[in-house]
Design a protein around this ligand. Structure first.
Ligand SMILES: Nc1ncnc2c1ncn2[C@@H]1O[C@H](COP(=O)(O)OP(=O)(O)OP(=O)(O)O)[C@@H](O)[C@H]1O
Ligand SMILES: [Mg+2]
Length: 399
C-alpha cells in the first residue's frame, strides 16, 4: 500500500541494552484487552501478572499469575505491583493518586498518570487538545441544565452531553435534541464527575488511528481505520480507511504522532476522530491502551497493537505497523441469540476457514462484546462480507 509501512519513527531504535530489563509486566484489569496482551506476551517471552476484578474474568482465565482484587484500593495495587517491573492497563479507571504513589515508590507506570489523565477525563482532554491547536468540537463544562440550555442556544441544537469520567461504549453520552431534554445528563451524576457539552458534529463517518510510543520516544503509527459505532458501541472497522486521500491520511497520522509526543503517552494511544462530508476531521476522544479499533492488527498488521503495547511499555524497539494484506475488516461479536459460542464458532470455521475468530471467554449477555472476527485479503468487499457472515454465525443472526 502506498504510504503504509513507512518508518514514522521519531527516533531509530537503539541497540543499547537496558540497565533494567523488563521481565514481568503487570496489567491492571482483566478484560479481553488484557487477555489479548497475554497472548502477545507468550512470543515476547515476558511474564504477565494480572490484577483482575474476579477469578473468572476474561484474562484471569488465561493468566496463571493473577491476583483478584479491587484496583481502587491502594494497598491491593501496591502489593500487586511489587513483583512487576512495569505496570500497564486494560482500562483507564485506576485512580491517579495510586499511580503517582507507585511512581514515587520507583515503579514504572506506562502510560504514566499525567498522560493517562487525558484518557480518564474528557474535559482535561478537550482543554489540552484545543490548547495544542487540534481540531475539536466547540465545548463547555456545564454545571446544570440551564447552562446546558444556554450552550445549546449558543451553538444550535442538537448538542452532545458527556460525563467527564467513567463513560464507555456510549454510556455517559447523550444527544440532546432541545431544551426539554437538558435535565437528563444531570440525573444520578456521581461525585467528581462533570458534564461536558459539545457541539454536535454532523459526521459522515468515524475514523481511528493508533500510535505506539516508547518511553524513549520512538513512535510508530498504524494505518487509519474507518470505524462504525452502533448505539455507541464499536461494531466494525475497515483498514485502511477507504477513500482517504494521501494528504489527509498523512495529516491524521502526523496529528496522532504529535498528540502522543506532546502528552508523553507510553504504550498504545488511540485517537478517535469524526469526519465531516467536506473531509475535515475533529478529535472525538483518546484511549491509552490497546483499542477495539486496533483488533484488526492481530491478523492484519506485521505487529499487533497488543505486541506493540507490550514492547512499548517495556521500552523495547517497536515492530512494524504496516498492513500484511491490502484490506482488513473486523466485526465485533456482540452477545446475541446464541449462548454457546464454541458451538457457533464451529459453524463459522466450517463455512469460512479463513475467517479469524477471537473469543474472549465471556458469558453471552445481549449487546456485550464477547469476541470479534477479522478477515484480511485483496478485495475490500469480499473481506467485509466474509467478516460479517462469520460474525453473524456467532451472533445467531438469521441470514
Ligand atoms: N460531538 C459529537 N458530535 C456527534 N457525535 C458524537 C460527538 N461526540 C461523540 N459522538 C458519538 O458518540 C460516540 C461515543 O462517544 P465517546 O467516544 O465520547 O463515548 P465513550 O462512551 O467514551 O466511547 P467508547 O466506547 O469509545 O469508550 C462517538 O463514537 C460518536 O459516534
Ligand atoms: Mg469513544
Amino acid at each position: 500500500m502506498p504510504g503504509h509501512g513507512r518508518d514514522t519513527s521519531a527516533r531509530r531504535p537503539s541497540t543499547r541494552v537496558h540497565s533494567v530489563t523488563v521481565r514481568t509486566i503487570g496489567i491492571i484489569g482483566g478484560g479481553q484487552l488484557a487477555r489479548m496482551m497475554h497472548a502477545a506476551s507468550i512470543t515476547l517471552g515476558v511474564r504477565i501478572a494480572l490484577l483482575a476484578e474476579g477469578p473468572d474474568v476474561s484474562a484471569a482465565q488465561v493468566v496463571a499469575d493473577t491476583d483478584v482484587g479491587d484496583y481502587t484500593d491502594p494497598e491491593t495495587v501496591y502489593a500487586f505491583a511489587e513483583r512487576c517491573d512495569v505496570i500497564t492497563f486494560d482500562h483507564e479507571h485506576v485512580p491517579p493518586p495510586i499511580l503517582r504513589e507507585l511512581q514515587a515508590r520507583g515503579k514504572q507506570v506506562h502510560p504514566g498518570p499525567d498522560a493517562l489523565l487525558h484518557a480518564q477525563d474528557k474535559v482535561v482532554m478537550r482543554e489540552r487538545l484545543t490548547g495544542l491547536g487540534m481540531p475539536c468540537p466547540a465545548f463547555a463544562v456545564v454545571a446544570d441544565a440551564d447552562e446546558l440550555r444556554a450552550f445549546g442556544e449558543r451553538t444550535g441544537w442538537p448538542v452532545i452531553a458527556k460525563t467527564s469520567r467513567g463513560g464507555y461504549d456510549g454510556k455517559g453520552v447523550w444527544k440532546i435534541d432541545g431544551p426539554d431534554d437538558a435535565d437528563e445528563p444531570f440525573a444520578n451524576l456521581k461525585p467528581g464527575v462533570r458534564i461536558l457539552a459539545e457541539e454536535f458534529i454532523d459526521f459522515t463517518r468515524e475514523l481511528s488511528v493508533l500510535v505506539a510510543r516508547r518511553p524513549s520516544g520512538e513512535e510508530r503509527v498504524y494505518p487509519v481505520s474507518e470505524t462504525v459505532q452502533t448505539n455507541g458501541i464499536c461494531t466494525h472497522t475497515f483498514t485502511p480507511a477507504p477513500d482517504l486521500g494521501a494528504e489527509q491520511r498523512d495529516a491524521i497520522e502526523a496529528m496522532a504522532l504529535r498528540i502522543a509526543a506532546e502528552l508523553g503517552v507510553t504504550g498504545i494511544l488511540a485517537v478517535e476522530l469524526m469526519q465531516r462530508a467536506d473531509g475535515s476531521v475533529v478529535v472525538n476522544e483518546l484511549a491509552m491502551r490497546p483499542h477495539n479499533t486496533g483488533h484488526w492488527s492481530i491478523d492484519g498488521a506485521h505487529t499487533s497493537q497488543f505486541e506493540n503495547h507490550l514492547r512499548a511499555v517495556a521500552d523495547l524497539p517497536l515492530g512494524p505497523t504496516e498492513v500484511r494484506q491490502p484490506h482488513a475488516a473486523m466485526v465485533n461479536v456482540l452477545g446475541g441469540a446464541r449462548d454457546d459460542l464454541l458451538e457457533a464458532a464451529e459453524e463459522a470455521y466450517a463455512t469460512d476457514p479463513g475467517a479469524r475468530v477471537q473469543l474472549y471467554g465471556k458469558s453471552v449477555v445481549p449487546g456485550r462484546k464477547v469476541g470479534h472476527v477479522t478477515v484480511v485479503g485483496d478485495d475490500a468487499d469480499d473481506v467485509r462480507a466474509r467478516a460479517q457472515a462469520a460474525a453473524d454465525h456467532l451472533m445467531g443472526v438469521q441470514r
